[in-house]
Design a protein. Structure first.
Length: 233
């Protein structure tokens, strides 16, 4: 680890990473608990996390990516956005980890990139993500498979972020065939306070075939409905 830290801390971090990468289940659990404690105490610098997030070992990289999300600083978000672009055509598990971390960070700056991963949000997404693919086939079946794979992780992330722009962009997903996608879409509207799809939400509350979706939609309708006039005074 090249980041300058106290020698004793570097030694302990190296040992914890050794346990995380090569230890048994108990050792990995203990190492992760200790690393989380270091994060909370501010002992693991943003620079170190950035370095670790680019480690060739997926376990180390995934830990650091998650830690960047828990850090939540604007510089951590910038690093996560760069990683999202880099892993767009790389390891899908690492990309999913980056998406989860962006949701954990809760920054609206992540909205365009997240929407771009599922083909939502308008033509500006390509400018932020770069070219959607370097190969022609990705615009067809491969791209559709990629978007389908990323849909649930992205929906989870934008639900946590609660950006009104994201809610407006994913309105059609309120009627997606997957009930989990519908649930995340409903929560996105609730968390962002957007009432523009109230009719669709009411439809779901009245007739969705999945009870949890019906109940969640009913809660959303109630939460997003305007107060009676006498309560607004």
């Amino acid at each position: 680890m090249s980041t300058k830290l106290p020698k004793a801390l570097i030694k302990e971090l190296d040992e914890l990473m050794r346990q995380l990468l090569r230890g048994n289940a108990d050792e990995r659990g203990t190492a992760m608990t200790r690393l989380l404690a270091f994060e909370q105490a501010g002992k693991i610098s943003l620079g170190l996390l950035t370095e670790m997030a680019e480690n060739s070992n997926p376990t180390a990289a995934m830990y650091a990516i998650g830690a960047l999300g828990r850090n939540g600083h604007s510089d951590a978000v910038k690093q996560l956005l760069a990683l999202a672009s880099r892993h767009r055509e790389g390891n899908p598990l690492l990309l999913e980890t980056v998406v989860d971390a962006l949701g954990e960070a809760g920054s609206k700056a992540a909205t365009p990139v997240l929407l771009g991963l599922i083909g939502a949000g308008g033509s500006w997404k390509n400018r932020l993500m770069g070219k959607i693919s370097r190969r022609k086939e990705s615009s067809g079946a491969n791209e559709e498979r990629f978007r389908a794979y990323m849909l649930l992780p992205v929906m989870r992330a934008i639900e946590k972020i609660g950006d009104p722009k994201a809610a407006e962009a994913i309105g059609d997903f309120l009627e997606h065939k997957d009930p989990l996608v519908r649930c995340h879409a409903i929560r996105t509207f609730m968390n962002s306070g957007v009432a523009s799809r109230s009719q669709t939400l009411q439809k779901l509350a009245d007739s969705d075939p999945i009870d949890i979706v019906k109940e969640l939609a009913a809660i959303a309708v109630s939460k997003l409905s305007p107060l009676p006039e006498h309560l607004n005074n």
